[in-house]
Design a protein around this ligand. Structure first.
Ligand SMILES: C[S@@+](CC[C@H](N)C(=O)[O-])C[C@H]1O[C@@H](n2cnc3c(N)ncnc32)[C@H](O)[C@@H]1O
Length: 205
């Protein structure tokens, strides 16, 4: 992550993964409605996807004030009208500043936050989404108790060294947490650089 003038941050990984993610999102997101993005980070994804999916309104969020400033700066530069002002949102909180959404998107947060953020994410998505509404997740996961690549194992070690509460999660545990909150697992899609898209949907109430 690097800073540019005018508060804009630049995450090189976001530029690399935005097109493969958009391809999957095209088959998952509704044509119209509100998308709540959790952990928007620099805001580059928000602007890219808002432009790519003009029928949708994109609501970015993040708990980090510097991220919120970056998101706002990218939005201002974009001139797009289907982007909302970013809101402060900690996924672990039991009360979110957005009351409903037609889809929830969360990219690269689950491994770089405590497990309580994942549990809060699942509870929040289940609260906000209509029956059938999608929760889209992207990031690295372990499968069957094992890393899917040596580079992920090294990344996991570096994450845990930075914060023992962080780390690459077992996909099965993430799906279990989602199902406990009232979501159903639809599919996992293998993505470039040993990442996965996970598609979950709100179960009927
Ligand atoms: C690796 S960055 C990913 C940012 C962006 N989604 C991307 O892919 O470029 C992780 C983001 O998760 C956010 N984050 C960390 N803990 C969080 C939490 N409890 N709730 C919501 N976001 C959180 C951080 O502030 C940071 O912006």
């Amino acid at each position: 992550m690097s800073d540019t003038p005018n508060d804009k941050r630049h995450a090189p990984a976001a530029a690399r993964n935005r097109d493969p993610i958009a391809e999957v999102l095209a088959g998952v997101l509704p044509e119209t409605g509100l998308v709540l993005e959790i952990a928007s980070g620099s805001g580059e994804h928000a602007v890219w996807f808002a432009e790519r999916f003009p029928g949708l309104t994109w609501q970015p969020s993040d708990p980090d004030p510097a991220a919120l400033r970056s998101i706002a700066a990218w939005i201002e530069q974009s001139g797009l009208e289907n982007l909302r002002t970013p809101v402060t949102l900690d996924a672990a909180a039991s009360d979110w500043p957005v009351g409903s959404a037609d889809a929830v998107v969360c990219i690269n947060m689950i491994h770089i936050s405590p497990w309580s953020a994942t549990e809060g994410l699942m509870a929040g998505a289940a609260r906000l989404l209509p029956a059938g509404g999608p929760l889209y997740l992207y990031g690295p996961y372990r499968r069957g108790g094992a890393h899917t690549a040596p580079s992920n194992e090294a990344f996991d070690e570096s994450l845990r060294a930075r914060n023992p509460a962080w780390g690459i999660r077992d996909m099965e545990a993430v799906v279990e947490a989602a199902e406990a909150a009232g979501l159903t697992f639809e599919k996992a899609v293998a993505m470039p650089a040993n990442n996965f898209s996970l598609i979950l949907r709100r179960a009927p109430r």
